[in-house]
Design a protein around this ligand. Structure first.
Ligand SMILES: Cc1cc2nc3c(=O)[nH]c(=O)nc-3n(C[C@H](O)[C@H](O)[C@H](O)COP(=O)(O)OP(=O)(O)OC[C@H]3O[C@@H](n4cnc5c(N)ncnc54)[C@H](O)[C@@H]3O)c2cc1C
Length: 374
């Protein structure tokens, strides 16, 4: 991928995308063998579950713990066991910079919200959002004693500004409902039994030989763990290769490192794809951008990474002054040149652009001088 300054223009340098290892995955895969799922439409049936019936949840992350709570709420008699190989809710702890961005408080239209997911939006719209959307999430936490606030950009956080509030709420609710949480164990195999159940191979961290458990229901909520994909495959599901999302861009331009820390409140960034068969509007994003010591970050870049994840390693076009028309920009530069003809170029630049000096010098270094050469 190459990087182009749209206005100030004009050299291409090589850029490569640096994929973060995380893939956003809020869902879980619940399986029953020829049985109905635990959705709200299945509540009357679910309430009849007996304590002899077992739901095993693979993974004690946000999806697994919340899924277990939901199942136990719908079917209080059901035996619900969460198997977690590490520490439960460990990702929630670090989420949202330690504050935990619970959901989106502005986008309450489920259909519109689903459109913001580059991949899987159809599934989210139908099966997920109609059952449990952001409003339900906010109501649930409020009803369980967590005070929430909606920030200007729509992000919802606990008033405490601490992810521990969310963790404490989920943990105490699962304990109250009688969810059994078993840590230090990993589900390593899953196969259907002749009796219509799931035979699960569970390995303890301390023992080499696995124990086997028969479960009536299985919820795979293993995040981006390959083990989880393998379990789903063993049960006959096909896996769509995951792609990284919400990552920053690494720009192969050593001079950019000198600008590390500079923020631009509003730029227009476009991922240009050669030979694209269709125009994807989301490959242009307007918003704040931050220069890091390796390239670009900030909301506009993260959104681009999500939408462009499948087509990356192309050209990134960045317009640092999206609200100034190109002709106005040229005219401002020419007027400035005429007014300050005797000043050193590196010391004098138009204030209209709201640029910092370091960035101006960088731009000069990228050979934009020709713009001045009438
Ligand atoms: C730095 C950072 C900040 C983030 N901030 C936010 C935010 O503010 N808001 C937000 O909504 N999202 C945020 N996210 C994304 C969010 O953390 C994830 O989308 C969410 O945690 C996914 O939850 P999950 O339960 O699906 O998966 P995970 O949290 O990954 O949980 C899966 C669990 O399954 C366990 N597991 C895996 N395989 C097995 C197995 N075979 N047997 C037993 N256990 C197994 C794992 O140990 C893990 O604990 C952030 C992510 C990161 C990395």
């Amino acid at each position: 991928m190459s990087f182009t300054l749209a206005r100030f223009v004009l050299l291409h340098s090589r850029v490569c995308s640096e994929a973060a290892t995380t893939t956003k995955n809020n869902g879980g895969l619940i399986s029953t063998l020829n049985k109905r799922k635990f959705t709200s439409t299945a509540i009357p049936r679910a309430q009849n579950k007996t304590s002899e019936e077992l739901l095993v949840v693979v993974g004690g992350g946000a999806a697994g713990v919340y899924g277990a709570i939901r199942a136990k709420t719908l079917a209080p008699n059901l035996n619900v066991v969460v198997i977690e190989k590490g520490k439960p809710l460990s990702k929630v702890k670090i989420s949202g910079g330690g504050r935990c961005n619970v959901t989106n408080g502005h986008c309450v239209d489920n259909k519109m919200l689903a459109e913001n997911y580059p991949r899987g939006h159809k599934e989210l719209r139908g099966a997920f959002f109609n059952v449990h959307g952001p409003v339900d999430t906010m109501s649930w936490f409020s009803e369980h004693g967590v005070r929430l606030k909606i920030e200007d950009d729509g992000r919802v956080f606990p008033v405490s500004n601490s992810s521990s509030t969310i963790i404490d709420c989920l943990m105490s609710e699962s304990t109250r409902l009688g969810v059994s949480l078993q840590t230090g164990k990993a589900v390593i195999t899953a196969s259907p039994t002749a009796g219509g159940k799931f035979l699960l191979g569970i390995e303890k961290r301390t023992f080499s030989s696995p124990e086997y458990v028969e479960a009536d229901y299985l919820l795979i909520a293993s995040g981006n763990s390959k083990q989880g994909y393998s379990l789903a495959s063993q049960l006959g599901h096909s896996i769509v290769d995951p792609v990284p999302s919400l990552f920053t861009f690494k720009i192969e331009d050593p001079r950019l490192a000198d600008l590390s820390g500079i923020t631009f409140p509003k730029v227009k960034a476009t991922l240009k794809i050669e030979n694209a068969r269709r125009n994807i509007p989301q490959l242009t994003q307007v918003g704040p951008v931050l220069v890091t010591h390796w390239g670009f970050s900030g909301p506009a870049i993260l959104r681009l990474s999500a939408w462009g994840a499948c087509v990356l390693s192309r050209t990134l076009i960045v317009d640092f002054t999206p609200d100034v028309h190109i002709e106005d920009l040229k005219s401002i530069l020419t007027q400035h040149k005429n007014r300050f003809a005797k000043q050193k170029l590196s010391n004098s630049y138009p204030s209209e652009f709201g640029l910092v000096k370091r960035f101006w010098i960088y731009i000069l270094g990228r050979q934009v001088l020709f713009l001045f050469q009438a």
